[in-house]
Design a protein around this ligand. Structure first.
Ligand code: PHE
Length: 330
């Protein structure tokens, strides 16, 4: 019995010596010292031995167990040191280099201004509505009192699609959709993309507008003026100079355009940012509202324009170039 113990010991030591990695050592450990090991089999047989042999064999088996365990531990330590030395001399990682900078994401200025505007108007009780980008001629023009051959159509530089459909040239069709689906009072704003066949430093074929519409009993031009003055001062700061200039839109009467003072370097100029007016009676007729009972005002503004004023950007194309260095600044 003692002989077979020595044999187990020698065979195990041979195997341990040829281990290649610390993982091999772990495997050998459970193989040689675990419950199903040859050594465990010997220990299990001890009760069947003659009494005088039991303690001798038991003692030796336990010694061997401890020797093997120490041997594996030592081998493992040696391999670990070798692996470490190998990776330190072969890997080219320089742990003293500064880490990469983690770059935070940022909202695109168009997104954050749209959100700011929606926030201001929701405080005034307006809800946000959206409409399709592909519109029918009826919603984009006809119902807004821009019949065929009306000169205003030429001003819109429209992208025409099949079947009397267009890429909407403004967000005003959302006014019509809302009024056709609901009785007054109405208080909505409608942000979204609009399309015009035009491109230079201050015009892009796709840009963003926000439309606003408020219809109720007894609304007057003072309500329009008060609302828009409040809104622009909330958005751009109370010290910002704004002016109302009389204008023309087929779907509002009277109509105005609103300019904001735009200071760049050492000169100051006025920049037009929105159109507005009292809803034309003919528009109410298209949506079956009684123009003797209700009045309303509407407005539409270009978001890029506002962003250009707010952040003093002089080329609209920067918004669409997807240069993250540009976006990170806001
Ligand atoms: N839809 C007009 C435009 O795109 C803006 C506008 C909206 C004017 C609502 C008056 C009322 O220029």
């Amino acid at each position: 019995m003692l002989e077979s113990l020595e044999k187990i010991k020698n065979e195990s030591i041979n195997d341990i010596q040829s281990a290649q990695s610390t993982a091999d050592c772990d495997q050998l450990k459970s193989f040689f010292l675990g419950k199903k090991s040859p050594l465990a089999a010997v220990l299990k047989d001890i009760p069947s031995l003659p009494v005088e042999q039991r303690s001798v064999v038991g003692k030796r088996a336990n010694e061997i167990k401890q020797e093997l365990s120490a041997y594996i531990q030592e081998k493992k330590q040696t391999l670990h040191t070798q692996q470490l030395e190998h990776s330190l001399s072969h890997d080219s990682t320089d742990t003293s280099l500064p880490p990469f900078k983690i770059r935070n994401g940022a909202f695109h200025p168009i997104t954050s201004i749209t959100r700011d505007i929606c926030d201001i108007f929701s405080r005034l009780g307006y809800s946000v509505k959206q409409g399709p980008n592909v519109e029918s001629d009826f919603y984009n023009f006809e119902a807004l009192n821009i019949p065929e051959h009306h000169p205003a159509r030429a001003m819109h530089d429209t992208f025409y699609l099949k079947n009397k459909q267009v890429l909407r040239t403004h967000t005003s069709p959302v006014q019509i959709r809302e009024m056709l689906s609901k009785k007054p009072p109405v208080k909505i704003i409608a942000p979204g993309k609009v399309y015009r066949c035009d491109a230079d430093v201050s015009h892009s074929p796709v840009f963003h507008q926000i439309e606003g519409l408020c219809v109720d009993k007894g609304l007057t031009f003072s309500d329009l003026k008060g609302t828009l003055e409040f809104f622009l001062h909330e958005l751009l700061g109370p010290e910002k100079n704004i002016r109302f200039r009389s204008s023309y839109f087929p779907f509002t009467e009277p109509s105005v355009e609103i300019d904001v003072e735009f200071k760049s370097k050492n000169k100051s100029s006025w920049m037009e940012i929105m159109g507005a007016g009292m809803v034309q009676r003919k528009v109410f007729k298209h949506v079956n509202y009684n123009a003797d009972d209700f009045t309303g005002f509407a407005f539409g503004l270009g978001i890029e324009r506002i962003a250009m004023i707010k952040y003093q950007i002089d080329d609209i194309r920067l918004f669409y170039e997807n240069d993250s260095r540009f976006i990170q600044q806001f």
